[in-house]
Design a protein around this ligand. Sequence first.
Ligand code: NAI
Length: 455
Amino acid sequence: MNYDLVVLGGGPGGYLAAERAGAAGLSVTLIEKNKLGGTCLNEGCIPSKAFLQSAKVADYAKHAASYGVNASYANVDQKAVVERKNRIVRKLVGGVKVTMRETNVNVVSGEGVLVKDSEGAGVKVGEQIFYGKNIIIATGSESVMPPITGAKDAYASGKLLTNREILDLTVIPDSLTVIGGGVIGLEMASYFNSVGSRVTVIEMLDRIGGQTESQISEMLKTVYEKKGIEFILGAKVVGITDDGVNYEIGGETKKIECDKILMSVGRRANTANIGLESLNIATERGAIVTDGKMKTNVPNVYAVGDVNGKVMLAHTAYREAEVAVNTILGKTDEMSYDYIPSVIYTNPEVACVGLTEEAAQQKGINAKVVSLPMQYSGRFVAENADPDGICKLVFDIDKNTLIGAHMMGNSSGEIIYGVAMLINTAVDVETIKRQIFPHPTVSEIIRECVFKLDK
Ligand code: NAI
């Protein structure tokens, strides 16, 4: 069983690497112990977007009158939402299977462990070893479950959930406490707020949304406070009991009672029990160390996606997979982490790429920010009864280029890639001004901001 490439893990990093390598004519085996598609397709990006679309429809129904439509909102059939989500996941996982077939990838179902013997390096599944001239490790990540008193029991009893279990909840909890106001926490808080749960978010930092630009983080918080979410910031969860969560704030211990609890305090690379030691693959803080070509310290062994702990996003994994495969194919390629867009799919969406004003200043860049309400876009006004939204562009004045974009408002998640391209290709402002944006679209907000630069 000798292959040009053996890929361990069938999430976005793994299946895209297999697809690209297969399409280039390499013999490829892809090993996956659960379902193809990994966290993203089965219990992350896609299912949560299915949920959030149902929430959006519910929100439209509740506020139909604002659009001149007479409709009455009754409730959300959570079982039907989960069934719809499952259909979407099945369809997309089926799509990955078809792609693997079309690119001649040999898909092996089973738990793989890296091994090395006299015949070379490979991945062992059961009694069989799949030797690879090259190996790509793409085993992803899992939710961090901090050692908080009572967490284990609460998880076992179904009171405490991770992103995995919450996406299979068929009953809407009366109350939900979300531990961690990062991306997963905010998206799930947004969903359960829309469908009627009383939602509280407990966050250790004094802000939500992690690295999100500070004004936008604050605006998003205000929007959700108006919608009824309670944010408890600067608070540390110290215990989970049968009836709720204990947390410390300002030297005091407080308690919040709730039906369900979501643990969303980050993810950790899946590096345990995959045989890293048999190849002596170096790790740092639990993640595999990689260079700009996605190479590990061991020749011909690469690591892509969450398992290298760099930027835990599916689209980062995609690009890393391409860099690894191109390197295997002898093509020159290099991973850049500078301008990776990020989106929080709340309602309104938040989308960011590149530097904030503070980050630019720290780098000694002569930066200028242009900021406009999203209402400068006619399409945005026509489509959003709720006017909250902002677009902030950061420019390098000396180079006359765009270096950052930070947006809140629906459609911004679809617009941000175009801005990322302008940043990545260092297009000068005059060239951006000559581009024709379709009218009316929300994307025109970018053009508006660019023309405001001189004013
Ligand atoms: P995260 O790192 O985004 O946020 C975790 C938050 O929990 C942080 O704000 C942290 O300060 C807080 N926290 C940590 N310990 C805490 C404690 N004991 N009490 C209260 N707060 C605490 O992690 P999250 O949301 O779990 O997401 C995991 C990964 O999945 C991230 O890398 C994220 O980028 C990715 N993801 C991306 C999505 C997207 O791009 N839309 C959607 C969902 C996940």
